[in-house]
Design a protein around this ligand. Structure first.
Ligand code: GDP
Length: 599
């Protein structure tokens, strides 16, 4: 930092870091390791436990990172890690329509590689344009690994055997390849020059701490280099934050856990919080932080504080918070018109609000952020939404879904929510299909499978009721009966001759209905239909052989114009090729007379 820079360093806030990745890939362990290392390195109290977050100051980062970090190179105060790992919380963490986390760590198990939630996390990072690095975790599980606790990656890599190194390299390059498949240009972090353009991959072990110094160094460097401007805030100004969770707390009633990313919040402030219906205006009753471990014996796990500044995690106790939503904005009113702040909150909520259509499916999600992510994904899949809300699936959602005219839309998609038991019962009665999952794209895939099944069923019923095309020929010397009905041997050239269908014969291109199929026999047995290639005898009610029909005549099943249209436009891919051939020949004949026939 240059000495001529007179900017007050306290106006630079801590970058907010989120940890994402597939389940069991080590998100929690990594956070624990960082916290643990910080506790060991620092004097008691040097790291501060926030509600839902842990602040690791620069000097602690620098002592963990050793030679890798010189504190003089930095003027950001440290890093604030959000404690709730997973992209579920990440989507909740929003600020002014963007991601609240300034930077993210995507954890990928080196053995397990990319998994569904890894892809989903990448998708979310892409959408929110959040810079991130990849922690290639569990390097200690490479067979033959020789662990060097808390060592920087280069040192421990050097001390491994050739075999171990090449096995690790293989896994790392696979991860880099996977990232490139997802259109992220990535490389091992020490080869990355520009972290805005390339994703750095840091090999780590959350178990042994190897690579953790590198991880912290890269995070710190990335923030300092690319995020400094965004970290410049008016610390004393009115606080702005995002609700992480709405929680019942003994002795305090409904409380909200928030991440404050701008300004200050004081214990006597009036705040405006985004609610299910309207912004909630309320007075702070208490600002709560976790009590240091040593004092945990006292009744409350929390300690009241007078004020907190960004960036930090804090619990707010206040009346009227029942309607508050996870993911919603929180704003301190202080020294300005209340109405302006209400408008700001309303505008932010409207920004996150999901566009709904006249008709569509019902969507429920646990937070505003995840609701928005669901809506984006459904929009991409071209699935319209009639109602989108934060909360568990309730009976009134079933009522809304059950009124859909299209059976495909009689469905509810719930992301990370429960289905209330009376809603479950109601859904069965009302024939509403419920889908719940914790991975967005799996949820959408399940729904798409369901749509496909419905469509297949619909087509099957249409096919059952539609006249199938066929072209067939009366075989020479195969007249078994002249008339009433005429019984002749035929060969089906293409298509399907079905019982009770009408029979036409073309004179030139003029169709002439000659009668109706009144029975089909194949080798003496009655059958309902004869397929292309079959030789059968058919009874045709109407004509007399030798008058309206003759041996060697080419006959057709008559297709009503409406049916021809459905067959051509909707079912062409569903019917067998020979049937399609018969249809096309039939259409050619009809259209040479009337070009618009069946259109
Ligand atoms: P999360 O679901 O992503 O939060 O994963 P966890 O942190 O709960 O880790 C899942 C499992 O992997 C746990 O049994 C951890 O002990 C184990 N684990 C996590 N990181 C490592 C690592 O670096 N090395 C080894 N050997 N095990 C790990």
């Amino acid at each position: 930092m240059s000495n001529t820079d007179t900017r007050d360093p306290t106006s630079l806030r801590t970058p907010i870091v989120a940890v994402l990745g597939h389940v069991d890939h080590g998100k929690t362990s990594l956070l624990d390791k960082i916290r643990g290392s910080a506790v060991i390195e620092g004097e008691a109290g040097a790291i501060t436990q926030h509600i839902g977050a842990t602040a690791v100051p620069l000097d602690i980062i620098s002592s963990i990172a050793g030679d890798l970090v010189d504190p003089d190179d930095f003027d950001l105060p440290g890093l604030l890690f959000i404690d709730t790992p997973g992209h579920h919380s990440f989507t909740t963490l929003r600020s002014r329509g963007g991601a609240l986390a300034d930077i993210a760590i995507l954890v990928v198990d080196v053995n397990d590689g990319f998994q569904p939630q890894t892809l989903e996390a990448l998708d979310i990072l892409k959408r929110s344009q959040t810079p991130f690095i990849v922690a290639a975790n569990k390097i200690d599980t490479v067979p033959g690994w020789n662990a060097n606790e808390d060592s920087p990656i280069n040192d421990t890599y050097e001390s491994q055997s050739d075999r171990v190194r090449s096995r690790l390299d293989e896994s790392l390059y696979e991860i880099i390849g996977n990232l490139s498949d997802e259109e992220f240009s990535a490389d091992l972090y020490w080869r990355v020059q520009n972290f805005q353009r390339n994703v750095g991959v840091v090999p780590v072990s959350a178990m042994t701490g190897e690579g953790v110094p590198d991880l912290l160094t890269v995070m710190m460097g990335l923030s300092q280099r690319y995020m400094k401007e965004e970290m410049e805030i008016d610390v004393a100004g009115p606080g702005v934050g995002t609700v992480l969770e709405v929680k019942e707390e003994k002795g305090f009633g409904k409380t909200i856990d928030i991440v404050l990313y701008d300004g200050t919040i004081k214990a006597d402030d009036t705040i405006v919080v985004g609610g299910q219906n309207d912004p909630i205006v309320t007075e702070v009753r208490a600002l709560l932080q976790p009590r240091p471990l040593a004092e945990i014996r006292t009744e409350s796990r929390f300690e009241k504080v007078d004020e907190v500044s960004a960036a930090s995690g804090i619990k707010i106790a206040a009346p009227e918070l029942g309607d508050a939503m996870a993911g919603a904005p929180v704003r301190v009113v202080r020294d300005r018109p209340l109405e302006d702040v209400i408008q700001e909150v309303r505008a932010e909520l409207a920004d996150i609000a999901v566009d709904t259509a006249e008709e569509g499916v019902v969507v429920k999600a646990d937070t505003l952020g995840s609701l928005e992510a669901m809506a984006d994904a459904l929009d991409e899949a071209e699935v319209p939404i009639v109602r989108a809300e934060v909360g568990d699936v309730a009976p009134r959602d079933i009522s809304v879904a059950s009124t859909a005219e299209d059976p495909k839309q009689q469905a509810i998609l719930g992301f990370n929510v429960d289905v209330l038991s009376d809603a479950k019962q109601r859904a069965e009665i009302e024939d509403v299909t419920l889908f719940t999952d914790e991975v967005i794209y799996q949820l959408i895939e399940e729904y798409e499978d369901h749509i496909e099944a419905i469509e297949r069923e619909q087509q099957d019923t249409i096919l059952e009721n539609i006249v199938r095309p066929a072209r067939f020929r009366i075989l020479p010397d195969h007249t078994f009966r002249q008339n009433d009905p005429a019984v002749v041997g035929v060969e089906v050239n293409s298509g399907t001759v079905q019982n009770n269908a009408n029979v036409v014969k073309f004179e030139g291109n003029e169709p002439d209905r000659v009668g109706q199929v009144k029975g089909i026999q194949e080798q003496g047995e009655d059958v309902d239909e004869a397929r292309a290639g079959n030789r059968v005898s058919v009874a045709i009610d109407g004509p007399t052989v030798g008058r309206q029909i003759e041996e060697d005549d080419e006959l057709w099943i008559e297709i009503p114009e409406k049916h021809a249209k459905i067959l051509e436009q909707e079912l062409a891919s569903e019917i067998p090729g020979d049937e399609l051939e018969a249809l096309n020949m039939y259409l050619d004949k009809q259209r040479s007379r009337d070009p618009f026939w069946g259109k």
